[in-house]
Design a protein around this ligand. Structure first.
Ligand code: FE2
Length: 307
């Protein structure tokens, strides 16, 4: 049941070399630099997003994800969600408006997987970049690189998937769209949607808490994924795997690394989800095909390289 969480709003990633990171996310991936702050953080957006930014890069000594934020429909909904988090037993932290540039108050909590998430309802809206809302053209002509259209989801590794699912389902209103089960029925992967997307956040069972697998960005077509692969080669960017198709969600995908070692994905297509859809289930024995539909085997790096 919907609780007022609308969509992924932002992700804050740690990067080692800010100049190299900004070049990667703007020139290669096609995000647009929108702002910087006194902490040295850089704020970026993808062109179809209406809010001012969706990716925040923070200078740090090690890579990884600081937090992922979800935008809620209203400040009233945010209050109700905050109360739900407290009732569930989460410790919540209230972060005042303005800690992130042009963003309202945020409610931060740690999921049982160890990851920090936050909810917010207000962020400056700058509108889609390069097109306006009145008789809009199809796309802006001066986009760079892969021309990523939106920040789409994160895949995160950590323990306690079941409790994390209960939190996201009962408190935040997410649905289980897709899952991987072992023969004894233990869920080792869960793809959760708060929209009609195949996933807004996904988790894979892992003993170490708070590990980051990838942040993903949407492209329009399979041909754009192929073009992204060309750009990865042209720029000697470290590639993980692809272009290929996932079994899970059936998206067309390619994985690569930013200069700090954070994994990125760009993808196109994929399934859709409504609340009356039964979860799609993959058996753990079919995990190779579930992740990489064509190769049907997992590469070791995909499973083990986390930040
Ligand atoms: Fe993904």
């Amino acid at each position: 049941m919907k609780k007022g969480v609308m969509r992924p709003g932002h992700v804050q990633l740690r990067v080692l070399d800010m100049d190299a990171a900004v070049k990667h996310y703007t020139e290669l991936m096609g995000l647009i630099e929108m702002d910087r702050d006194q902490q040295g953080r850089v704020y970026l957006k993808a062109w179809t997003e209406v809010d001012k930014y969706s990716v925040v890069l923070r200078p740090a000594d090690e890579p990884g994800m600081d937090f992922m934020g979800f935008k809620c429909v209203s400040e009233e909904a945010l209050d109700a969600l905050r109360a739900g988090l407290v009732a569930f037993g989460c410790e919540v932290q209230d972060i005042p408006a303005g800690e992130l540039q042009d963003c309202g108050r945020r409610v931060r909590f740690v999921a049982p997987t160890g990851h920090s998430f936050e909810l917010f309802a207000t962020k400056q809206q700058t509108g889609k970049w390069g097109v306006n809302n009145r008789n809009p053209e199809a796309w802006p002509r001066d986009l760079s690189g892969m021309k990523a259209t939106r920040f789409d989801h994160c895949l995160l590794y950590g323990p306690n998937l079941l409790q994390t699912y209960e939190l996201f389902r009962d408190v935040l209103g997410f649905d289980l769209a897709e899952q991987v089960l072992t023969p004894d029925g233990t869920r080792i992967a869960q793809f959760l949607s708060v929209s009609t997307k195949a996933h807004d956040v996904a988790f894979i069972e892992h003993p170490e808490p708070n590990k980051f697998h990838h942040a993903s960005f949407y492209l329009d077509t399979w041909n754009d994924v192929l073009r992204a692969a060309d750009l990865i080669s042209m720029t000697d960017t470290s590639i993980d795997i692809g272009p290929t198709r996932h079994g899970l969600t059936h998206g067309q995908t390619i994985y690569f690394f930013d200069p700090s070692g954070n994994r990125n994905e760009v993808f196109a297509g994929g399934d859709y989800h409504y609340p009356d859809h039964e979860p799609v289930t993959w058996d753990a024995g079919e995990l190779g095909k579930a992740i990489f539909y064509h190769d049907r085997v997992l590469n070791e790096r995909f499973l083990t390289v986390l930040t």
